[in-house]
Design a protein. Sequence first.
Length: 425
Amino acid sequence: MAVPPTPALSAADTAHIDSQLAATDRLLERNYPGDDGSRQPVHTVYVPADRFTPSFAADWGAEALATAAAHGGFERLGSLLGQDADLSAAVAPRVEAKLASEPIEDLRLDFEDGFGDRGDDAEDAAAVAAASAVAKAAAAGSAPPFIGIRFKCFEAATRARGLRTLDLFVSGLAAAGELPEGLVLTLPKVTTVAQVQAMDYAVSRLEEVHSLPAGRLRFEVQVETPQLILGAEGTSPVAQLPHAVPGRISGLHYGTYDYSASLQISAEYQSMEHPVADFAKEVMQLAVAGTGIRLSDGSTNIIPVGDAVEDAWRLHGRLVRRSLERGYYQGWDLHPTQLPSRFAATYAFYRQGLPAAAARLRNYVERTEGGVMDEPATARALAAFVLRGVQCGAVGADEVQALATLGIPQLTALAHPRLAQSTSK
C-alpha cells in the first residue's frame, strides 16, 4: 500500500492565507449576502398620489375583472396569450381569484411624474393626506402588501421638494403608529452614487428622529439615466451602489421611457425590449448579483382600452413573459386593465415550468439519475423558481409537494442555504 504524502502546507501557511483573504471574507459576508428569501411582488403599480383611497386596490381589481369578462373571460385571455387549453383552464381561475382578493401586490403613490409641480402648499397637503390614507388602509387591511411613495429626484431643481415630501410622508406614518411592514420608498432619476449616499443620509436621519431601528427605511433606485450605467470616468456607477450603502437599497427599477428618451430613441421605438433597454438591464443584473437587491423591469405605455384591448393584452403578456425569462421577476403596471395580462402571463410562466423544475429537484434531492445532472447552484435556482410561483399564487404548496415531494421549508433551505444556516444557529 502506498504511503500517503505528507502535506507541505503548514498551519502557519493556512493562517497566512486566511490573513490575506480576511478582507475578501468580510466583503462577501457584508456585501454579497444573497437573496433573503422574502416575497418579491410581481409588479409595481404607479398612481398619482392624490388618487389613492382605502378602496383603491379593490376598485382596480373590479375594473380588471369587468374588462376580462367583457372580452370573453380569462380562458379566452389565456388563448390570446398563446396558452393551450389545459394551461389556460388551470391559469384562469387562479387569475380571477387573484384579482378578487389581491389585485395589486405593490403600489407606489407617485409625487414625481404622475403628480407634477402643483406648488408647495398642494404637495405638502397631498403628502400629509397620503401618509394618513396609507396608515388607515394598512390598519384596515385594505392596503396592498407593499406600498409607498415615489418622490421627486435629487437633482438641484427638485431636491428640496423631494426631501420635504419624503419627510412629511414618513413622519406622518411614524406619528400614526407602526410603519407598514411592506413600506417602500422610491428614489427616481438617479445619475450618481452621491445622490444615493444623500438618500442614505436622509433616511438615516429620519430613523434617528423617529426612533426607528437602523436600516428600517430601505429604498429603491430607479435606473432611468445613462449616467448611472456608464459614468464620466468610464466606470459603472450602478455597480458601485450596493457597496456605497450596503444593505440600504432594496431594488433597482428600470425606467423604460426616461432612459430610452435620454439616448435619443424616437418615441415610436421606445420599449422594454429595445436593445438599449436590454443592455441597461443586463448591466443592472450584473451589478446586483449576489447582493440581495431585487430587480424590476419597467412598463409599457400601450394600455388595454377601447378597441385595442386584446392587441394590448397580447403585447403586455409577451413583454411580461420576456422579462420573466430574462430573470426580471417584477415589472410596472400603469392601468387596471393591465392586471389581467400581468397575472395571466406570470401564472402561465410558473405553471408551465413547474413539472420539469419539480422533477429535477426531486432527482437532485434523492440523488436519482435523470436526463439533466444539476449542480447545487442550479438546484438553488430551481427551488427559488418554485418558491416564487407559490408566493405569487400561481401554484399551490400541495402541488409542489405532490410533484417534488418537498415541502416549502425544504425548498426554502435549498433556495437560500445561507439563510437556512443563519436561522439554525
